[in-house]
Design a protein around this ligand. Structure first.
Ligand SMILES: [Zn+2]
Ligand SMILES: [Zn+2]
Length: 385
């Protein structure tokens, strides 16, 4: 699926709809399963070119693909109102449309149907990856984002026709967008080659937008990310996508929020995890440490005498904010006892003295481990010998 759709069809990126269609048609004929019975390679190829054509033959999908590549169609479908970017490929619906379009003429008139098409088209949906920090996710944040976009042309007010003129009904198809022809016993219906199915033609195109009814621009937008947002959250901003074609409605803008890793806190849903390193002496004697909180404050934690690595403290309500909730998650602090390094000669001497003083009672687990290991070796030697 990763192969470039243009490469698959063997066309230039600048190819016009007719060229794309004819390239697909040629390949589809070649790889059609009916012509290659039992050939799995051909079938795979046939599916791939079908996917490529499904996208490249659809103005909205093509625009999305040109901008975002395959990523435009990942993360599940984006099927919004008016069918923005289709999700799954090869869905029976989409595929059969292509069949009717391309194979209509040799499959017989039965497959063809009249499609009412208005010349106005909904603008494409846009996708924007928004990266925020964990703190921003905690507090909620307003971000200014700049999106490459196209907007309704203000010279022709989106109609595509030169001011003072109007698009006229297509003479070839009489405005239906489809043409019919008799072929033997069958009536064949195809997209009108003159108006590309639009039903109308612009005799006098607007000079500002070349008849497209929209122009390329970048747009700055203030977006509000709510507190508690999670990594991977998708926010839909209705009507903030691309301008429609010839006065059609705007598409939607989808923000994909990704939350950056934090150097102190790890998030698991509503809860936060923080590893607190404490010096061996503090762990042994007990003491207090200040633990940072996500809101920027600190909480004192009492370290009991003889604390071990892995000891966990739960700080209720000090975790993350939660979307549309008043409660916060918890924070878990896990102790990591740090063995001192870079000791001075004096420190080493003190530690040796410390050790001699203990007589083994101060480290029961270490002694226990050594004892078990010794028993293990003894048993092995006993059996072998
Ligand atoms: Zn214009
Ligand atoms: Zn026409």
């Amino acid at each position: 699926m990763a192969q470039d759709y243009y490469d698959l069809l063997g066309v230039e990126r600048s190819a016009d709809p007719a060229t794309i269609k004819s390239a697909f048609r040629k390949l589809a004929m070649k790889y059609h399963p009916d012509r290659n019975p039992g050939d799995e390679e051909a079938e795979k190829k046939f599916k791939e070119i079908g996917e490529a054509y499904e996208v490249l033959s659809d103005e909205q999908k093509k625009a999305a693909y040109d901008r975002f590549g395959h990523a435009a169609f990942q993360n599940g479908g984006m099927g919004g109102a008016g069918g923005g970017m289709g999700g799954g490929f090869g869905g029976a619906g989409a595929f059969s449309d292509i069949f009717e379009d391309i194979f209509g003429d040799f499959m017989g008139g039965g497959g063809a149907r009249t499609r009412q098409r208005s010349s106005a088209q909904r603008g494409a949906d846009l996708k924007y990856d928004l990266e925020i920090s964990l703190r921003e996710a905690f507090e909620g944040v307003k971000k200014e984002i700049t999106i490459p976009s196209s907007e309704a042309c203000d010279v022709c007010e989106g109609s595509g026709a030169k001011p003072g003129t109007q698009p006229t009904a297509c003479g070839t198809c009489g405005g239906a967008g489809r043409v019919r022809a008799q072929q033997g016993f069958f009536t064949v219906e195809r997209t009108c080659p003159t108006c590309q199915g639009q039903g109308e033609v612009i005799a006098d195109p607007c000079e500002n937008c070349g008849g497209q009814g929209r122009v390329r621009k970048t747009r700055t937008l203030q977006v509000e990310v709510p507190a508690g947002v999670e990594d991977g959250t998708r926010i839909r901003l209705t009507g903030e996508g691309e301008a429609g074609l010839r006065g059609g409605p705007f598409g939607d803008l989808y923000l994909f929020v990704s939350v950056d890793d934090h150097e102190l806190f790890e998030r698991d849903g509503p809860d936060l995890y923080c590893e607190a390193h404490v010096p061996m002496v503090t762990a042994a004697l007990g003491g207090e440490i200040d633990v940072p909180t996500i809101e920027g404050g600190k909480i004192k934690i009492k370290i009991p005498e003889g604390s071990q690595t892995g000891t966990k403290f739960r700080l209720r309500g000090s975790g993350m904010t939660q979307l549309r909730r008043k409660t916060r998650g918890d924070m878990y602090v896990e102790l990591k006892v740090e063995t001192p390094t870079n000791l001075s000669a004096r420190q080493k001497e003190l530690l040796r003295e410390f050790c001699e003083e203990g007589g083994g009672e101060d480290c029961p687990k270490s002694n226990d481990f050594l004892g078990k290991a010794k028993t293990f070796w003894d048993k092995l030697n006993g059996t072998d010998g």
